[in-house]
Design a protein around this ligand. Structure first.
Ligand SMILES: Nc1ncnc2c1ncn2[C@@H]1O[C@H](COP(=O)(O)OP(=O)(O)O)[C@@H](O)[C@H]1O
Ligand SMILES: [Mg+2]
Length: 250
């Protein structure tokens, strides 16, 4: 069953064409990658899937709901079922780790503060952080820890789909690898569908079931790593070592 279905999607900003009739599906429980060069429209695609950009043309179905037909309240309800870690999504610097993780629960649940804190601690433990970090502030954390805190926050409303925009960019190779292991663990434990924009070929190797490559406004590739033999340009790219990024954006 597919949880996301994109049909002939066109995205334009003014007269600039970003996506030209692209179509793809994401299956339930899949770890699905969105790859492509800098400026190829990866983040824009994620934002469009989350109703943050208007759909110029075409259709998006999420959980079988035709997104363009939904009223605002229905869109809100659908968004609650999605967790997001944006590319430059920062933690609130004036809030502790515990407060950062609990910020969505505070806004969208009717939990008591105590329940919010207990929930937040549970998510922190799930992403591999010790309770000791609860009282720390973002400036006291390493890059890898910040990403995990942001991930705990993205998970805090128990989403069915988790969207991640370049979650390992800026991390050292060892931290990136640990992050990928965590993504696999989350899928196993939560049965969650994960849509991940990445530049990191090792992320593709480590944890992706399937991915698309955006190029020249179109989908240049759609498939699994096992089926990339035919795509020689990808074959070349996949011989890279961790730490080297495709299309060297970072
Ligand atoms: N809100 C916007 N208004 C105008 N142009 C935009 C907007 N958002 C993104 N773009 C343009 O769309 C293109 C794709 O951007 P983006 O999706 O961020 O690329 P990627 O994430 O693949 O690096 C870029 O040329 C960018 O300048
Ligand atoms: Mg981007």
């Amino acid at each position: 069953m597919s949880v996301i279905r994109v049909e002939n999607l066109v995205t334009k900003f003014g007269s600039t064409l970003i996506h030209d009739r692209i179509s793809f599906e994401v299956g339930s429980g899949e770890i699905f990658g969105i790859l492509g060069g800098s400026g190829s429209g990866k983040s824009t695609l994620l934002r469009t899937l989350l109703f943050l950009n208007p759909i110029t043309e075409g259709e998006i179905f999420i959980f079988d709901e035709r997104v363009s037909m939904l009223s605002l309240p229905r869109q809100e309800m659908l968004l609650r079922r999605c967790g997001v870690l944006f590319q430059f999504g920062a933690l609130f610097s004036s809030m502790s780790v515990l407060e950062n993780v609990g910020v969505l629960l505070k806004e969208y649940s009717n939990y008591s503060q105590n329940m919010i804190d207990e929930n937040s601690k549970m998510w922190l433990s799930l992403v591999g952080l010790s309770p000791k970090v609860c009282s720390l502030y973002p400036y006291e954390l390493s890059g890898g820890m910040k990403k995990r805190v942001a991930l705990a926050r993205a998970l805090s409303l128990s989403p069915e789909i988790l969207f991640l925009d370049e979650p390992t960019s800026g991390l050292d190779p060892a931290s990136s690898e640990k992050f990928d292991e965590l993504i696999l663990k989350l899928r196993e434990l939560l049965g969650i569908t994960i849509v991940m924009v990445t530049h990191d070929l090792d992320s593709v190797k480590d944890c992706m079931d399937r991915f698309i490559v955006l190029e020249k406004q179109k989908i240049a590739f759609n498939g699994s790593l096992a089926s990339t033999n035919e795509a020689t340009y990808l074959g070349e790219l996949f011989s890279n070592k961790r730490g080297k990024r495709i299309w060297n954006e970072m």
